[in-house]
Design a protein around this ligand. Sequence first.
Ligand code: R5P
Length: 260
Amino acid sequence: MDWGMKNRLSRIIKPKTGHTVMLAVDHGYFMGPTTGLENFEVVKSLLPYADTLMLTRGALRNYIKPENDIPIVLRVSGGTSIIGKELLREGIIVSIEDAIKLNVSGLAFSIMVGSEFERDTLLGLAKVIDWGEEYGIPVVAVTAVGKEMGRDARYLSLASRMAAELGAHIVKTYYCENFEKVVDTCPVPIVMAGGKKIPEKDALEMTYKAIQSGAVGVDMGRNIFQSEDPVAMIQAVRAVVHEEATAEEAFEVFEEKRGK
Ligand code: R5P
């Protein structure tokens, strides 16, 4: 692996613990002004606690100061909306030149394995991985889940392994029962997506189980920025990811930090 690729990967997955808390705030690319992301004020309060920020180029340019040194994972797939007819038909939405101008540490691309548009999305991922290899930028493949797709270990290990076989450097996927099967059959690091907002205790339990199953961290959005106390929640997630806290210990962190 070339120096640039290794350097950028180490900006995403922290060498000290081998783990990462990626903050996913890219939801606007298909959902518009998502609850908690209306003006990015919540995100700004979370920056000191996130290892990496995953977002779109528009949000980056409009809401995040260039002086900020948080590593950026740029969403480069999209082109469809939550109210349109073909949500799963994402394509490439950013040129590699613009990603380089933005000095990103990683590129993120969603694949829709099993959907009508799987081929388009897999070829799009392959193209982005070619760019990543050429310029030394790691690619995070996001295994999306749609109505017609599964959400069990069988499906998620299929999609995750395919992403790795196509050359992705990190795979972001959802938690499921037998998550260790997904991790064990994927040769590259896995980060867990958070999914819809659930009670803080449950989100911390899910995070704990994912880390115990071998995930290198989380790429979590709504369960942090929609929490009743996002700053307390991200610190609790960090305790599980970086400090080997149990779910119970992390919930105590949440309770202790909450409201402060
Ligand atoms: C969806 O594909 C987006 O990339 C989100 O970043 C992803 O769903 C993770 O966010 P959340 O934890 O809110 O599910």
